[in-house]
Design a protein around this ligand. Structure first.
Ligand code: UD1
Length: 396
């Protein structure tokens, strides 16, 4: 039987929920009645995210095998991360000689590994291709454009992504609309998340010293509803005036209506401390500050949230399928299919307080409105593995 060697590269938190179903689908393919070929798979972690909370916990919770290789690139400037990844990843490719390199999403690992692979004249497949924010000030947009330009197979989540690629001149034969692989992970973990209790999962994750315990610990303390907040984009957290205005809105307005659960990315926490905003947050009894959550915990919070406020792309998609009203704190999104005008639940409000306030008032009492774009059906990873098998065995 023909052997096809795949090297899969992941680096940062949003990659992990995309690779888990792909690896499971490879196993399913191997145990299917008559596989056309045998995939040999090597999983490489670049090490961009390295904390237990940002990385290892996702491997455990989502059943991702231990990476075969960890490049240990760690934190640093973008050039440092990309440069260190390329140097280390090239050695892996020279040694392993794969037929395909599989990259996911839009983080620095995605871009660094696709460039390295192409310079080794290897074939690249990109999962989550074709997303465009049309904003080159986002590092992720640069990563998406470079990766898609170099990829031989582009697995897209929706028809808008297909159209973006066609407009850039990508030949139709390379584009495969397979749906959204994040939703495979959501569907696979929904029952396990539902079994968690919100009040039970929060206490171990609370940031010490804050003045909230009573509201969280009291039975049904959050039964009246709660908002969930995540922020990590440099545009929202790196400038003192922007972050200060946001925090004032959360403290002085939003949390008078609803308790606010804020899951803190390491970058955001560091900025809150250095801008002198941390103490006020600790002192506010309706703001619940928590360490980064694992996948199931975040999914559980999302399932019952009255509203999500986020600058994360993945959460916009999860809110869409769960129906959680979502205020997207960005001026634009590379995931327009999640927006209200396309049938989703997400509204773009940027980081201007008047728009956030208006959006919040509009949305936080709205009923849930789950929406699944075509092919967001939990079976995306199977379609990707079938396409790779067809292309590799020449039957496509
Ligand atoms: C990266 C991705 C972004 C994704 C985000 C999710 C790029 C360009 N960006 O941004 O698309 O939405 O991950 O989290 O790849 N840190 C830790 N522990 C870790 C990792 C990072 O404390 O395990 C801290 C470090 O201080 C680091 C900072 O977080 O400097 C930022 O990490 P970095 O990997 O540079 O980018 P993210 O902002 O996480």
């Amino acid at each position: 039987m023909q052997n096809v060697r795949l090297v899969t590269a992941v680096g940062a938190r949003p990659n992990f929920m995309k690779i888990a179903p792909f690896i499971r689908a490879l196993r399913d393919y191997a145990s299917s009645p008559s596989p056309a070929l045998r995939f040999e798979h090597v999983l490489v972690h670049t090490g961009q995210h390295y904390d237990d909370a940002m990385s290892d916990t996702f491997f455990r919770t989502l059943g991702i095998p231990h990476p075969d290789i960890n490049l240990g690139v760690g934190s640093g400037s973008h050039a440092e991360q990309v440069g260190r990844t390329m140097i280390a990843f090239e050695k892996v490719l020279v040694e392993r000689q794969p037929q395909w390199v599989i990259v996911v999403g839009d983080v620095n690992a995605t871009c660094a590994c696709s460039i390295t692979a192409k310079k080794q004249r290897l074939k690249v497949a990109h999962i989550e291709a074709g997303l465009r924010s049309f904003d080159l000030s986002m590092p992720e947009e640069i990563n998406r454009i470079v990766t898609d330009r170099l990829s031989d197979l582009l697995f897209t989540p929706d028809a808008i992504a297909d159209e973006n690629l066609r407009r850039e001149g990508v030949p139709a034969a390379r584009i495969r609309n397979v749906g959204n692989i994040m939703i495979d992970t959501l569907d696979a973990n929904r029952a396990a998340a539902a079994a968690l209790s919100v009040e039970g999962l929060l206490p171990p994750k609370l940031i010490p010293e804050q003045n909230v315990l009573e509201s969280v610990a009291s039975p049904g303390g959050l039964a009246g509803g709660y908002a969930v907040l995540t922020l990590h984009r440099p545009a929202n957290v790196d400038q003192r005036d922007v972050l200060t205005d946001l925090v004032r809105f959360f403290l002085d307005e939003l949390c008078l209506e609803l308790p606010l659960i804020w899951t803190l990315h390491p970058r955001t926490r560091a900025r809150l401390e250095s801008f002198g905003l941390w103490r006020d947050l600790l002192d506010c009894p309706s703001v619940i500050l928590v360490e980064p959550l694992d996948y199931l915990e975040m999914l559980r919070l999302n399932m019952d949230a009255a509203i999500m406020l986020t600058d994360s792309g993945g959460l916009q998609e999860e809110c869409c399928v769960l129906g959680t009203p979502c205020l997207t704190l960005r001026p634009q999104t590379e995931r327009p299919v999640t927006l209200e005008q396309h049938g989703g639940v997400s509204r773009l409000v940027g980081n201007q307080i008047n728009r956030i306030r208006a959006g919040f008032k509009d949305l936080y009492r709205q009923p849930r409105r789950p929406h699944r774009p075509p092919l967001w059906d939990g079976h995306t990873s199977g379609r990707i593995v079938s396409a790779l098998a067809e292309v590799s065995s020449g039957t496509d």
